[in-house]
Design a protein around this ligand. Sequence first.
Ligand SMILES: Nc1ncnc2c1ncn2[C@@H]1O[C@H](COP(=O)(O)OP(=O)(O)OP(=O)(O)O)[C@@H](O)[C@H]1O
Length: 327
Amino acid sequence: MSIVVRNVNKNFGDFAALTDVSVAIPTGGLTALLGPSGGGKSTLLRIIAGLEHPDSGSIEIGGTDATNVPAQRRGVGFVFQHYAAFKHMSVAKNVAFGLEIRKRPKDEIAARVRDMLDLVHLSQFADRLPSQLSGGQRQRMALARALAIEPKVLLLDEPFGALDAKVRKELRDWLRRLHDEVHVTTVFVTHDQEEALEVADTIVVINNGRVEQIGSPDDLYDRPANAFVLEFLGPITHLNGVAVRPHDIDVVSAQSAADFPAEVVAGRITRLLRIGFEVRITVAPDAPAGAEVDPVSVTLTRSEARELALEVGQVVGLRARTGALVR
Ligand SMILES: Nc1ncnc2c1ncn2[C@@H]1O[C@H](COP(=O)(O)OP(=O)(O)OP(=O)(O)O)[C@@H](O)[C@H]1O
């Protein structure tokens, strides 16, 4: 089911949470709503779900106007960040809940619950209580519960937000694989650009209640529409007054700054950090007396740093790589 959001405005009192937001979400896609805290991502998701009503504009789901259709009749499954499970019910009962209130036949419910628990790899925990699961397992249970009713659309609001980095990463990979299996149109909210770049087919960048850009992860990363998208999608640093990604800077060594060609910025390494396979250096560019120039961050691989024998205090030259994205 495709989702079309047209010219949606939403105010809370005199605060504009969404301003003229239009987004087309393709059938079967995995779309991320990405942006900083307070930007309006959850509000947009809640409007798609029918939990919030837009002040103006429309929502179309599967080609039908759903703007005035109540949430329970939109055919959407919803998972929140702090998922409220029924604590006194087993995992299986939690997954069955949506089907039971829809009064589906008992054997159909049993079969569907089995399939769903299988899909999220929780079959062996069917009889446990939610409190006996880990955070990641509880999130998978929440997804199984949302998928059990065979939604046309799956909406996830920071589904992995409260989990630690390693579990988040596992669940991300798992969500991608699950989506490739079931192909339900999925929209998820995240403020984590890496999560969006890794999982989504399409990313909608939302900031201050407005859509900044919509595109594939590659489009956004390589062709950001504006400085906000450039900065939000990955680290940037400033070299010679232009914004550039730290891994798009070449480091050249020389005996003294006088050896560098004119386009190379000379400076001294003030900090050097090894993090996993990366080496991050901070370089204080040479500046005329009295002038202040911001330090430049550069990311290299360990072998590049080793080859240049980089160390704190060393004079190096910096230049944006050919083909680097600069702004
Ligand atoms: N019911 C409400 N009443 C008043 N203001 C609200 C309400 N819901 C949201 N807002 C405000 O609207 C803005 C957008 O909120 P929203 O939850 O959509 O942002 P978000 O991008 O999802 O942020 P986060 O990543 O922090 O969840 C915020 O400034 C928020 O305080």
